[in-house]
Unconditional design. Structure first.
Length: 435
């Protein structure tokens, strides 16, 4: 069985940010199954930043994740090493906003993590299986994910700077099944064209670097006292970045990835499209699935009654991790009488209430919370993205971020078909129902 892995013991490394040059100390710690990869900013009171595509922010020439006020920049090489080693769960503590740049490759991360050793669990590894072709493009740059029978990801990358470019056309194929990531991909370093250096330094980027520290390329090859590690090192590094960016999906991909001139922005766009595909498939499966909790069973779990019971059915429960339910919106809803006559729209506050109620169902699955009520404590990052009108069916989803003895923290979504209608982070205080 293909099981999830973490490292066997904590290990640390020091370095400087590739872009900022700021010193940073990093400690890698083991994490339990289904934890995922999470960055912890020790300089910001332990703020946590999950390495997930929904937390990616737009930054030039690098991948940066942000949650709240905490961010972690240039994480693609680290994530690439984790993917190459098959590490699913990890806590990465750092005391600055950017991970170490090292030599610009994934090799330093591979080396330090190898000294920790790997620890396998008994929990099966989750895989994101590409069901149907997905593609994104930007000008002549194209990136696609295709179904594949192989259980491991395959990557085909074509690098092309054109006839007048300093780097000739390069094509590389890598297959996780029989490839050698540690020796064939991880050592490939990030590179910059000599013509780009002046503009980057004028923007305050990489002023601490020399041609010995980073691979600078012109028509004659590497500039200064440097040399290629591979004849096609640039395209190999593009695969390093692509593998790292795709690991933001939180699971290895089963599929074939084909890239032409793709960079970080396009890699992130493909991740988001793959997430949409998976969510759409799950919702379709849920709609065809059996009735998990009908309204009578729901009424035994939720204290709400007419007109405030806003969940009609639960169609999927994944233990204490995730729940999906349905709210059928009809013109007979009492709130449509005044919101608004002639143009009925479901109040956003009631959509949020419906998300909170489905989250309450998930909290109730935890045995120690039997006999407790989930009382709304706070709402964060609430976004109403689409009007909900009579005839719509709201698909309500809640995912557990954290449940403790007296506190539950949930990420909630509401969809109409394939479109996101609302989202919010909701916290509950758990109190005895006789209080």
């Amino acid at each position: 069985m293909d099981c999830q892995q973490t490292i066997a013991k904590p290990v640390s490394m020091d370095g400087r940010g590739l872009f900022s040059g700021a010193p940073v100390h990093v400690t890698f710690r083991p994490a339990p199954p289904d934890h995922g990869v999470v960055f912890v900013r020790t300089d910001l009171a332990g703020a946590r930043v999950p390495a997930q595509i929904q937390h990616v922010i737009d930054q030039h020439r690098r991948t940066t994740v942000q949650h709240g006020e905490a961010s972690v920049a240039t994480c693609e090489h680290c994530l690439s090493a984790l993917a190459g080693m098959g590490i699913d769960n990890l806590v990465i503590e750092l005391d600055a906003a950017e991970l170490p740049g090292g030599d610009g490759s994934a090799q330093p991360y591979l080396d330090i993590l190898s000294t920790a050793g790997l620890l396998a669990s008994e929990t099966p590894r989750h895989r994101l299986v590409v069901q149907t072709p997905v593609s994104v493009s930007d000008g002549d740059a194209v990136l696609a994910a295709l179904p594949c029978d192989s259980p491991q990801m395959q990557v085909t990358y074509q690098l092309d700077y054109g006839k007048e470019g300093p780097i000739g056309r390069q094509l590389r194929v890598f297959d996780f099944t029989n490839g050698d990531y540690a020796h064939q991909i991880a050592p490939a370093r990030t590179f910059v064209l000599e013509a780009e250096v002046r503009a980057l330094r004028a923007a305050g980027v990489g002023g601490h670097l020399t041609a010995k520290d980073i691979l600078v390329i012109n028509r004659d090859g590497p500039v200064g006292d440097n040399a290629f590690r591979f004849d096609d090192e640039p395209v190999r590094h593009k695969i390093v970045d692509l593998i790292g960016d795709l690991y933001l999906l939180g699971a290895p991909i089963q599929g074939r990835i084909v890239a032409h001139k793709s960079g970080h922005a396009l890699n992130h766009a493909l991740c988001r499209e793959l997430v949409k595909q998976v969510q759409t498939q799950k919702r379709q499966d849920f709609a065809r699935s059996r009735n998990v909790l009908d309204i009578r069973r729901l009424s035994r779990i939720l204290p709400h009654r007419y007109p405030m019971l806003l969940v009609d059915r639960v169609i999927e429960i994944d233990e204490q991790r995730r729940v999906v339910g349905i709210k059928n919106v009809t013109i007979n809803e009492p709130f449509f009488q005044g919101h608004y006559p002639g143009a009925p729209i479901m109040p956003g506050v009631l959509i949020v209430e419906a998300m909170a109620q489905i989250a309450g169902v998930l909290v109730a699955q935890k045995l120690e919370h039997t006999g407790k009520l989930a009382v709304l404590l706070s709402l964060d990052r609430v976004k109403l993205r689409k009007p909900v009108t009579p005839g719509d069916q709201l698909i309500l989803e809640a995912q557990t971020i954290r449940i403790r003895r007296q506190l539950a923290h949930m990420q909630c979504y509401a969809y109409v078909g394939d479109e996101l209608a609302a989202e919010a982070e909701i916290k509950f205080m758990l109190v005895d129902d006789d209080q």
